[in-house]
Design a binder for this molecule. Structure first.
Ligand SMILES: [Zn+2]
Length: 149
């Protein structure tokens, strides 16, 4: 199983254990679109930057918004933040902003995808154009070296 698939599977299991709710803000999560504010994600307890593994023991399922709010904040510090009354207001505001910009983001993602596909096509064309030139250079170099030997 690829690490991405494993991460998804663990996220699903954790989400189920948490009754479909974000561990931090308690909002309902889903698995629809990657960029959605309520998308379920895997959040490390011991951070990845501190070599925390992707595992059921070292993670909770968190919505994309809470996950990105936490960033690289240490677990103990983060838990004291989420117990603060202002936390839910903060999450709500961030989610609203995210939702408002979502359609633009999705549109840009589509353009990005199309541009990537075009880039791949151009790279392929480039390779195909260069290949016969490289071949010819090799051939004529060998001929030349033979002639002057
Ligand atoms: Zn959340």
């Amino acid at each position: 199983m690829s690490s991405q698939k494993r991460r998804q599977q663990i996220t699903r299991e954790l989400t189920e254990l948490q009754g479909g709710k974000c561990y931090y803000c308690q909002d309902e999560m889903h698995f629809d679109k990657d960029s959605c504010p309520d998308r379920a994600t895997f959040d490390h307890i011991i951070l990845a930057s501190e070599n925390g593994p992707v595992s059921r023991q070292n993670g909770v399922a968190a919505c994309r918004t809470c996950n990105s709010l936490r960033g690289d904040i240490h677990w103990v510090k983060w838990m004291s933040f989420i117990r603060n009354n202002m936390f839910n207001d903060c999450v709500r505001n961030v989610k609203k902003h995210r939702r408002d910009s979502l359609s633009t983001v999705e549109q840009l993602d589509e353009e990005l995808e199309a541009t990537r596909a075009r880039l791949e096509e151009l790279q392929k064309q480039r390779r195909e154009t260069i290949q016969p030139v490289k071949k010819a250079v090799r051939k004529y170099t060998q001929r030349f070296l033979k002639a002057v030997a």
